[in-house]
Design a protein around this ligand. Structure first.
Ligand code: CA
Ligand code: CA
Length: 156
């Protein structure tokens, strides 16, 4: 049997590496399209990945949802995670998004964000102080899309 050289070269290419991203939706869920991509330390992005589980209503209030996102094999630990939402509802989530590597190591995104809730919306970027029914106040930070200024925090 003969194998073409081209097919051997293709099969020798390294497979992408799958990370998992866990997000806790806070008080405002969304039915809009949510996508994410990751960047390595040099700023190179992965492809955009839609976060959608089939037959499941994603990103409802109080849910902890986990999605797979692939990066190239030579990516190293992802340095940043960017979130994007289509449509026009408001989606608010806890800023401590977790990223889990294929070897089970967990990194944290956005821990330095000065907000109790991050919201993706069509409105311009702004900050609101909200008073809950129990009288406590917290901050909502609104973005068109979210790319945290600080890198993902990986344990050493
Ligand atoms: Ca939903
Ligand atoms: Ca779904």
């Amino acid at each position: 049997m003969n194998l073409a050289v081209g097919s051997l070269a293709t099969s020798a290419e390294a497979a992408p590496v799958t990370y998992r991203v866990t997000i806790e939706t806070s008080e405002d869920g969304t039915d809009n399209t949510v996508k994410a991509r990751m960047f390595d330390a040099s700023g190179r992005p992965s492809s955009w990945t839609e976060f959608d589980k089939s037959g499941y209503n994603d990103f409802e209030r109080g849910d902890h949802d986990t999605y797979a996102i692939k990066v190239p094999s030579n990516f190293g630990r992802p340095a940043k995670l960017q979130l994007w939402k289509g449509g026009n509802d408001d989606w608010c989530f806890a800023p401590w998004v977790r990223v889990t590597s294929p070897d089970g190591v967990q990194g944290g995104m956005g821990a330095s964000a000065a907000a109790a809730h991050l919201c993706l919306t069509e409105e311009s970027e702004h900050q609101e102080t909200v008073t809950a029914s129990d009288g406590t106040t917290y901050t909502k930070q609104y973005y068109h899309h979210y790319l945290p200024p600080s890198p993902i925090d990986w344990p050493r």
